[in-house]
Design a protein around this ligand. Structure first.
Ligand SMILES: Cc1ncc(COP(=O)(O)O)c(C=O)c1O
Length: 332
């Protein structure tokens, strides 16, 4: 069996991630707007996914795992981050990839993932990917390996603790006067880990901050109750912070760009932020709409979870192997 080792060094985050004002966005919206730079959580490959991988890879180490198994869409940031940080620690990485809307950005991330020493297998749809992961799990066990399964999007209760740590970081940055306390925070709601962790952290203070979680994936199962479950058990929550689920930025669906997202991308670029159209631009679009409507005159903070760091801007990508390319082009 190749690549068998156990985790030796933890993922080391750049922590705290910076917070600062967005002068151009603020000027355009006539509101004070700030950002938490979750894109800068790691020198090589940061973003919200690195937050989750800290506790996830610690758990893998506790279990003396030799391999990570996960699933995601072709071009998934989650699979890329899992592959990079997992390989950095000497773990074997296997992922089943399902078809995804084609975009240059997704193709590039897929190509970068292919450039890592990981095993990527095509799956026709999510149930097929789950089935393949089960087969691979059994195969590895039979070979004497210790596979560790990471759920889609990297979200599990343990992973959420990494996102809650990010939220607590923000609270301390406000305490120490780096930025003033916002009235509302806007983050992406994908698999839910980011929002659940942040909600947990905000609930530990009695501050009147409202968390807006902007849905980018049409999973109606992931509502308030699911987020509460995900963050339950992290610590007692006497009175949950205010949470609003925003459902109207999804547009044509997961990965489909919207005009509001494109406008948000263009505006935030004036302050040097690079938003992606699948996730962060939709959350920023919700912030813009609120700043011009229900939250006019309020102080807002944007939770910027897009991957940053050296690898995110690198051109190092390989063509996808033929079976993945076929899946990408023809859906199977
Ligand atoms: C850039 C980016 N932001 C936010 C999210 C969503 O985070 P979560 O899955 O924790 O809801 C993702 C998930 O893939 C992402 O890639």
């Amino acid at each position: 069996m190749d690549r068998v080792s156990t985790v030796t060094t933890p993922v080391v985050l750049v922590s705290p991630s910076p917070v600062h004002a967005l002068p151009e966005v603020s000027r355009a919206l006539g509101a004070e707007v700030f950002v938490k730079r979750e894109d800068q959580t790691h020198a090589e490959l940061g973003g919200g996914k690195a937050r989750k991988l800290v506790p996830l890879l610690a758990e893998a180490a506790e279990r003396r795992a030799t391999h990570l198994l996960t699933i995601g869409a072709i071009g998934s940031n989650h699979v890329f981050a899992t592959a990079h940080h997992g390989r950095q620690q000497g773990l074997g990485v296997w992922a089943a990839l399902v078809p995804h809307l084609q975009s240059e950005a997704a193709r590039h991330v897929a190509g970068q993932t292919c450039a890592l020493e990981v095993e990527l297998v095509p799956a026709r749809h999510e149930p097929h990917a789950v089935w393949q992961a089960g087969v691979q799990f059994q195969r590895l066990k039979a070979q004497g390996a210790r596979p560790f399964v990471i759920p889609p999007g990297g979200t599990s209760p343990r992973a959420v603790s990494g996102c809650a740590a990010a939220g607590r970081e923000l609270l301390q940055q406000i305490d120490s006067g780096l930025i003033p306390r916002p009235d509302a925070i806007f983050c992406v709601l994908g698999s839910g880990g980011t929002a659940a962790g942040l909600w947990q952290a905000l609930s530990e203070r009695d501050w009147p901050i409202v968390l807006y979680a902007v849905r980018v994936y049409p999973s109606w199962l992931l509502g308030r109750a699911a987020l509460a479950l995900l963050s339950a058990g992290l610590s007692p929550r006497p009175r949950p912070a205010a949470l609003k689920l925003v459902d109207d930025q999804l547009g044509g669906g997961y990965g489909t760009p919207t005009d509001a997202g494109r406008a948000a991308q263009a505006l935030f670029r004036h302050d040097g932020l690079e938003l992606d159209l699948t996730y962060t631009a939709k959350a920023a679009a919700a912030l813009i709409e609120s700043a011009r409507g229900a939250l006019a005159g309020r102080r807002l903070l944007f939770w910027h979870t897009a991957p940053g760091g050296r690898l995110s801007s690198s051109r190092d990508a390989l063509p996808m192997p033929e079976p993945l390319e076929r899946l990408w082009l023809h859906g199977g």
